[in-house]
Design a protein around this ligand. Structure first.
Ligand SMILES: [Zn+2]
Length: 440
C-alpha cells in the first residue's frame, strides 16, 4: 500500500516548530488539515511531538523528476524515487516522460498514475511527451493526454528542434490549459558536445558544448509562445544569456517561467574539468559567471523555481569514462541543503524565499496550486516539511532512499536538512524518527 494512504497522524500537536524560520509555535494537525497555530506550550494533551527549533515549510514541488519507471527500474522505480522525494521534503513530483515506453499516450499517462497510486510516497504528476516516442517528428496526442491528467508536456532529455512542431504544441497547450516545458538545446548546435565550451573543453580535450545551443532555443521559444499567447516553461536554465532572455520576456509581460537545478547553482565547469563522470549532466555545468547569474536570477524571481532534474543512473553506467557515461545526477534528497546554502546571506536564510522557489512557484507553474504549495495557515492541508537548521551533515552517496547513488555532492557538507515530511496529514518520511520516538 502507498505510504500516502497509511499512518495518518489523525490528531497531533507538533511543539516548537518555526514557520519559515520565525518564532516557534505549536502546530495542531487534525484530520489531514492544519487545525490550529497557537502559542508554544499552550496545552498539555496526548500525541505531542517535540519538533523544537525545526523550520516548518510547505512541502516542496519538483517540476522535473526522472522516476525511470516503466523501463528503467534497475536505476529507480516510482516507489524508490518518491521515497527519495519524501525524504527530501517533497509532496509532489512531475515524472518526466522519457521512460520506456515513453509516456506519450493517455493510456501511458494513466499507467504511471496507477503505479503511483499503489506504490508512491508522494503525489506523482505524469508529464506527457510532446512528440511521439520523443522522436521530434510527430506530435503526441496532447489533448487526450491532458484529459487523462497531464498538466505539463515535455520531451525532456531531448529538445523539440522543429519550430513548426513547437508552434503547434503551444496552440494545443493553450487550448487545454496546460504548459509546454522545453529542454532547450539545439540538436545541431550542441552536436556531440560533452562538456561546457571554453576552458573546461580546452583543458580536457572533450568535445565542446556551446551555450548558444541553449540560448538560441530559449529565444526562439519565447517568441513562439508570445505569438501563440501560450505559457512557456524553460527547463533547467544554465547560462547567463538564457537568464537575460527570460528576464526580457517577463519584462514584456509574457507568460514565460523558468527553473534552475541545485547543481547548476553550486557547481561549475571547473568540477567537470576533473572529467569525473559524476559531474556529467545535461545541460552541462557552466562557468562561474553563469552560476552567479543563475543565483541572482533565483533571488530576484527571474527564475521562478528550483527543479531537481533528479536523474538516477546505474553505478556501472556512471563508472564508465566521461564519454561513455550517461548524463545526469540524483538530486531530490540534497536539493533543500544546496538551495539554502547558496541563498544564505549574512542575514541567514530567507525561508519564505526558499518556500516560494521550491513550493509555491512550482505548484503554480504545474497547475496544482489548489492542493500543493499552499500557505501554512489554519484550514489548509497539513502538507509540510520540517527542516533541521542545525543538521550539519555530510552527503554520503550510499545513504539514500533512492535506488541510485550518482549524486555529485558526495563528501560535501551542508547546514540544513529535511527531517520529516507530512502530506495531507500522512507521514511520508521521518528520517529523525520524530513521529515514532517522541509521542507523549
Ligand atoms: Zn532536460
Amino acid at each position: 500500500m502507498s505510504p500516502l494512504t497509511q499512518a495518518p497522524l489523525g490528531h497531533a500537536v507538533l511543539t516548537g516548530v518555526a514557520p519559515f524560520g520565525g518564532p516557534p509555535i505549536d502546530l495542531v494537525v487534525r484530520d489531514g488539515r492544519i487545525a490550529e497555530l497557537r502559542p508554544r506550550g499552550s496545552a498539555d494533551e496526548p500525541n505531542r511531538f517535540d519538533a523544537d527549533g525545526l523550520v516548518l515549510l510547505p512541502a516542496f514541488v519538483d517540476l522535473h523528476t526522472h522516476l525511470r519507471e516503466p523501463g528503467g527500474e534497475d536505476a529507480e522505480t516510482i516507489a524508490t524515487g518518491t521515497a527519495a522525494a519524501a525524504a527530501g521534503g517533497y509532496s509532489d513530483v512531475f515524472a518526466m516522460a522519457n521512460c520506456s515506453p515513453v509516456t506519450d499516450s493517455p493510456e501511458r499517462i494513466r499507467h504511471v498514475l496507477d503505479l503511483a497510486e499503489r506504490t508512491a510516497s508522494c503525489r506523482v504528476h505524469a508529464v506527457g511527451a510532446i512528440t511521439e516516442g520523443l522522436a521530434g517528428q510527430r506530435l503526441a496526442p496532447l489533448e487526450a493526454m491532458a484529459a487523462a491528467g497531464a498538466r505539463l508536456f515535455s520531451d525532456d532529455g531531448r529538445c523539440v528542434d522543429d519550430p513548426v512542431l513547437v508552434r503547434e504544441a503551444l496552440e494545443l497547450t493553450k487550448r487545454t490549459g496546460t504548459v509546454l516545458a522545453q529542454h532547450a538545446q539545439s540538436g545541431p548546435l550542441a552536436g556531440a558536445g560533452q562538456i561546457n565550451a571554453g576552458g573546461a573543453a580546452e583543458r580536457t580535450g572533450l568535445p565542446p558544448w556551446p551555450a548558444t545551443g541553449e540560448e538560441t532555443v530559449v529565444a526562439r521559444d519565447i517568441v513562439l509562445a508570445a505569438d501563440a499567447g501560450a505559457p512557456l516553461h524553460v527547463c533547467h536554465v544554465s547560462t547567463a544569456r538564457s537568464v537575460a532572455l527570460v528576464r526580457w520576456a517577463k519584462d514584456q509581460g509574457w507568460a514565460v517561467s523558468a527553473e534552475v537545478t541545485p547543481h547548476h547553482l553550486l557547481l561549475t565547469d571547473g568540477e567537470a574539468a576533473s572529467a569525473d563522470p559524476k559531474f556529467k549532466v545535461n545541460p552541462p555545468l557552466r562557468s562561474q559567471g553563469d552560476v552567479r547569474a543563475l543565483r541572482a536570477a533565483l533571488l530576484d524571481g527571474t527564475i521562478d523555481a528550483v527543479a531537481t532534474d533528479h536523474a538516477p543512473h546505474l553505478a556501472e553506467a556512471k563508472a564508465a569514462d566521461w564519454c561513455g557515461a550517461p548524463f545526469g545526477m540524483t538530486g531530490l534528497e540534497t536539493a533543500l541543503a544546496v538551495v539554502s546554502e547558496v541563498l544564505h546571506t549574512s542575514r541567514g536564510v530567507d525561508w519564505a524565499l526558499v518556500a516560494d522557489r521550491m513550493s509555491h512557484a512550482p505548484a503554480r507553474i504545474g497547475g496544482i496550486a489548489a492542493s500543493a504549495g499552499r500557505p501554512i495557515a489554519v484550514g489548509e492541508p497539513a502538507t509540510f516539511t520540517l527542516v533541521d537548521p542545525r543538521a550539519g551533515w555530510t552527503v554520503d552517496p550510499a545513504d539514500t532512499a533512492g535506488r541510485s547513488h550518482n549524486t555529485p555532492f558526495g563528501g560535501l557538507s551542508f547546514t540544513h536538512r529535511p527531517v520529516a515530511t507530512v502530506v495531507a496529514g500522512a507521514v511520508t518520511a521521518d528520517r529523525g524518527g520524530l513521529f515514532t520516538r517522541s509521542a507523549r
